[in-house]
Structure formats: C-alpha cells, structure tokens
Design a protein around this ligand. Structure first.
Ligand code: PA5
Length: 458
C-alpha cells in the first residue's frame, strides 16, 4: 500500500450506528466529533514515540535488529524442526499467533508458558531432543514461570545431548539487565535484545516474535511491510477514515457512554484464534488501570473476551444477543480463503442436506457471520467487523500494528499509561516471595500472615 492509500484491512462499523442498533448506537455526527476530538491524543502519542518513550513504532525501522533476528531464527532452523519457546504473556502470545495464522509447513513451536507440571511433562514427553532447539524469551529476565521452565528444559536437554546442547539455545531479553542475560553470557548462548522502551505485549515485531517467525520459515519481510503500511495509514489518514483512530474511538465511546464494559473478539477463522488471544492480553493489560496519569483513581478498562465463530454461536451467542447489554462485539472476517472445501451433493432428497450440496464451507461460514451480525444488530447489540482480504503475513503485520496503535491511542483517550503493568508486577513479586526468592522477606512475611488467617472453605 502506498502512503495514505486505503489499507487492505477494512472496518465495517454499520452495527455501531443508531439507525441500525437504535438507542445503543451513535449517529455519524457524534462518532465524527469523537474522532476529531481524538486528534489531541494522536498528537500526544506521536510526541511520546518521537521522544523514544515508547518503541513499538520505531522497531519497524530497525533493519539491523530485524536482520539479526531472522539470522538467528534461520540458524536454529538448521539445527532442528521444533522450537521449544520458553516464555509467557507478551513473550509468547505473538509468536503463537503467527504460527497459528500462517501455518508453517515443516517446523513447529511448542510453547512452554504455564508451569502446570502435567502440561510440562506432556510437552517434554512429545519432544525429541535431537530435533529440538530452545528460545528463552523474557524481557525482565526473571519471570518465575519462564525461569522454572528454562531450568527444566536445560536439564532435559543436557541429559540427552550433553554439554553441546547449549548450541541449540537462543536468548531474547533486555540488553542491560536481568538474570537471563547473565546466564546466556555465562553459557555463551547467542542473545538478542528487546529494546528497553518496548513492553512485552508490544514486542511481537522485535526478536521476541521474529526469531520464532524466521525459525518457522514465515515471510518476515511481508509481515514487517504490512505493519509499516498500516503505520503509514494510522498516522496519515484523516480521523473518520482511519482504522486505528476509529477503532479506539468507537470502543471508548461504547465503554464510557453506553456501558459496554466487555469487548467480545470473535474471529470467524480458526487461523485467528491465537491472534485474538494476543489481542486480549494487549487490550487487558494496557487499559486495565487503577490510576490515571494524574494519579487519580479511575479503574478503567474494558474486559476482552475471545469467542470463535461459528463454534461459539452454539455456546455464547445466546448470551450476547439476549443477555446483559454490556458488550460490544468485534468480528474478524476473512474475505478469501487459502483453501476451500466443497460440500458434496449427497442425499438431495433431504431438506437439511440438499441446500448445502455444491456450496463451499467458506460460504457457509460467511453466512453464519452475516446471520450473527444481523441477529445482534436487530437486538440492538453494537458490533463491528474487521474485513481481512485473506490471512497472510502482510495482513498479520497490518493487524498487529493496527491493534497496537489502537490500544496506545485508547490509553490517551482514557488518560492512563497504557504501557505499564503494576498489577502484573504485583503478582510476580508475590510469587517470588512465596517461593522464597532472596530479597522478598518482608513481602513473604506479610503474605504468609495473610494466608494463615482462617479461610471460608466448605
Ligand atoms: O506485557 C507484559 O509486559 C507482560 O505480559 C509480560 O509479557 C509477561 O509478564 C512476561 O514478562 P517477561 O517477558 O518479563 O518474562
């Protein structure tokens, strides 16, 4: 896409309009006003990016870092066909989203994020050490889950391959601090860096996502170009025609003026399942904040929920159409499929089979989406749809940048810091204390005293 040209991903917000959803919606005039009012936020965000306070935008131009990540991913690919990705949250969800969407042919990721002993044991049992390489990914370099799985993986690899197993490792972490950096230096493990001004959930287009993407053989140049194209759109298109501005503005309007405190993200494509999970983290951790920038208690946020079309039409949609009017639905629609399946013409004498025979599954799925949109709209339930021309590396790059921009701009609209995560840090500290990590004695004493109090268990 040329700068300023229409992006290939499109946004249909018909289901947000008052003329369609009645009182729950907004008229074009109000939406246009809100979009223009968001210009101040867009300017403030631009200033913060230009000052280097946040780096998710600049990483798209760091050609040296991109090339280094691709080289490292390819080096690992020469050593094995399975990448054990040791990381959690923002250090794993992006790579997982890329794998699920872009379907690598002969390589795979196995993600070690949780520390469920049965889950870890099962993943290990399914690995062959001689075909496995490992990427330890942690911005802080000390997250308990990632560190524990690192130790487990290290011992597991060493027992099977001896000391040379370290050649099969890579580390992705902060350039200056954290124990993963120290450990990688001690063992001489190649290390790639996450820029200090890029937080975990905004890091998929750094080595965090690019090493796994290159390992999987995905089209990294197309991914990055898609992100750059969407960046050009988000910073040049006028507010009312701007996907990033309109997404942020609509969600903010519905959350603050229509009490739509829940955003249900519903892709109609299996390939986008983990993209929705990645987005859920981005939206939740960035906007769920107790304090605004002035230190006032605001308790902002909109709860993101993921749902899969058409499967969850038979599980959740009843609630969305008739339950509490507290949700806005975000659909992801794929306009052209990479593969199609034609439904065979069989049992033409039966009413339930004859109308399907000869049609394509993609056609059926689209009809399901249109039907759900219509049911919601008729019931006065706001909804909007991102239309994806297809699932490709370029489109994934577009979506990743679009959602990062939209989230960052939403932070400006709420007047909060979308880039910190004090709530996550509090949980990390409590885990360190309860597991007796050095330096957390006071916190451990307080938590143990609390845990010793009588509990309401029946
Ligand atoms: O977005 C974030 O900052 C978090 O969700 C982190 O990605 C997550 O907690 C993992 O942290 P780290 O990469 O430091 O191990």
């Amino acid at each position: 896409m040329a700068r300023g040209a229409p992006p290939r991903v499109r946004l249909d917000y018909t289901g947000c309009l008052r003329e369609r959803v009645g009182e729950a919606g907004f008229d074009e005039r109000r939406i246009g006003e809100a979009a223009r009012a968001a210009e101040g936020g867009r300017r403030d965000l631009r200033r913060a990016l230009d000052q280097g306070r946040y780096g998710f935008d600049a990483v798209l131009d760091d050609t040296r870092a991109i090339a280094a990540a691709v080289r490292e991913g390819r080096r690992l690919a020469r050593l094995g066909d399975t990448l054990a990705l040791d990381g959690i949250g923002g250090s794993a969800l992006g790579a997982q989203a890329l794998q699920t969407a872009l379907r690598p042919k002969s390589k795979r990721l196995v993600v070690f994020d949780n520390v469920d002993p049965e889950g870890v044991a099962a993943r290990l049992a399914a690995l062959d050490a001689r075909r496995t390489v490992v990427a330890a990914i942690t911005k802080s370099g000390s997250t308990a889950e990632t560190t524990a799985n690192l130790l487990v993986l290290m011992q597991w690899m060493r027992r099977r391959l001896g000391a040379r197993h370290v050649q099969r490792w890579t580390a992705v972490t902060d350039p200056e601090k954290g124990d993963l950096l120290a450990l990688a230096r001690r063992l001489d493990i190649p290390t790639l860096h996450i820029p200090p001004n890029v937080g975990g959930r905004f890091s998929v287009l750094t080595a965090v996502g690019l090493v796994p993407a290159a390992f999987l053989g995905l089209d990294v140049p197309a991914l990055m170009q898609g992100a750059r194209d969407m960046r050009a759109h988000c910073w040049s298109a006028p507010p009312a025609e701007n996907l990033g501005v309109m997404g942020a503005v609509l969600l903010h309007l519905f959350a603050t003026e229509r009490q739509r405190r829940i955003q249900v993200v519903m892709p109609y494509a299996d390939a986008l399942l983990h993209l929705a999970d990645w987005y859920r983290q981005l939206w939740a951790e960035s906007l769920g904040k107790r304090l605004d920038r002035k230190g006032r208690v605001v308790e902002t946020g909109q709860t993101p929920v993921t749902s899969m079309g058409a499967t969850d039409q038979h599980s959740q949609v009843q609630l969305y159409v008739e339950g509490p009017p507290d949700k806005i639905l975000t659909f992801l629609e794929v306009e052209a499929w990479r593969e199609e399946v034609v439904i065979p013409r069989l049992f033409g004498d039966l009413a339930s089979t004859s109308y399907l025979g000869g049609k394509r599954l993609g056609e059926l799925l689209r009809a399901e989406l249109r039907g759900t949109e219509a049911a919601l709209t008729t019931a006065g339930r706001p909804n909007f749809t991102y239309k994806l021309p297809r699932v490709s590396a370029h489109v994934m790059g577009q979506l990743i940048y679009l959602f990062e921009f939209q989230t960052a701009l939403s932070g400006e609209l709420y007047g909060i810091d979308a880039f910190d995560q004090p709530g996550v840090e509090a949980g990390k500290v409590a885990t360190y204390a309860l597991m007796r990590r050095k330096g957390y004695v006071e916190e451990a004493r307080r938590l143990r005293a609390d845990l010793a109090r009588p509990r309401a268990i029946i």
